[in-house]
Design a protein around this ligand. Structure first.
Ligand SMILES: *Cc1c(COP(=O)(O)O)cnc(C)c1O
Length: 221
């Protein structure tokens, strides 16, 4: 059960930070990023105590999660990869949280799908903090307007923000920006921090850290 060992190491690292006073007593969610991982590996992680998972693709989630969810009723699944508008209905069927709302067309489609499906999972808005052309997320200069549009005009259940900082830059300025933007709009959830920088993200206000390699080992992608 190497996963249990890894999980306890991670939890201990976080506990140490909390004791040092670097992280306030806030509740945080440890999300296991389970893309490419098998149902068996995911079940091991659930047995080790992980209750929140993230998948990047609707289709992959549909092949793995109906069975996992029916066997593990308390487990929650977040969408952490880009969502195509034509998959909005399916996304509402399988995900408990959608972290990657990032453009007006998708927001409009989701708003309609939520009415049709009578399902309103929490949504986070993904911000492209590094303004990277290959990455999804709304650009920072359009973020204020988009947050207000989603929440006030479309009345979507927006509860937080999410970002994936550029790989070749220190993440701290990106985390600080996301925190500031969330505070400005009174959004309580901040999904930031991955295997390499989760402690820093927690220090800077993360409420959800997304861990892949730290939990499951290197992916063969
Ligand atoms: C894969 C992935 C992660 C986990 O990344 P690691 O570096 O393996 O911890 C986190 N967030 C998103 C959006 C991902 O796609």
């Amino acid at each position: 059960m190497t996963q249990e060992l890894t999980l306890s190491t991670i939890t201990q690292n976080i506990e140490k930070q909390i004791k040092k006073g670097d992280v306030d007593g806030r509740q945080y969610t440890l999300l296991a990023a389970s893309k490419t991982q098998s149902v068996e590996k995911i079940q091991h992680a659930i047995n080790a105590g992980i209750t929140t998972f993230g998948e990047n693709k609707v289709q992959e989630a549909e092949t793995k999660w109906p069975a996992l969810k029916s066997q593990n009723p308390g487990v929650r699944l977040h969408l952490i990869g880009p969502l195509q508008s034509n998959k909005a209905d399916q996304a509402l069927d399988i995900f408990d949280v959608i972290q990657t709302l990032d453009r007006p067309k998708l927001a409009e489609t989701l708003a309609k799908a939520m009415i049709k499906k009578q399902k309103r999972p929490d949504c986070y808005i993904q911000i492209n903090t590094g303004k990277e052309s290959q990455k999804s997320g709304i650009m920072p200069e359009a973020a204020d307007e988009f947050i207000i549009y989603c929440r006030d005009e479309l009345t979507l259940p927006i509860s937080g923000l999410m970002c994936i900082p550029p790989v070749n830059q220190p993440p701290a300025p990106h985390f600080a920006y996301l925190k500031q933007l969330a505070d400005k709009h009174q959004l309580s959830e901040l999904s930031m921090g991955m295997s390499n920088d989760y402690l820093e993200a927690l220090r800077m206000g993360a409420t959800c850290i997304r861990l892949g390699r730290a939990l499951f080992g290197a992916r063969k992608e």
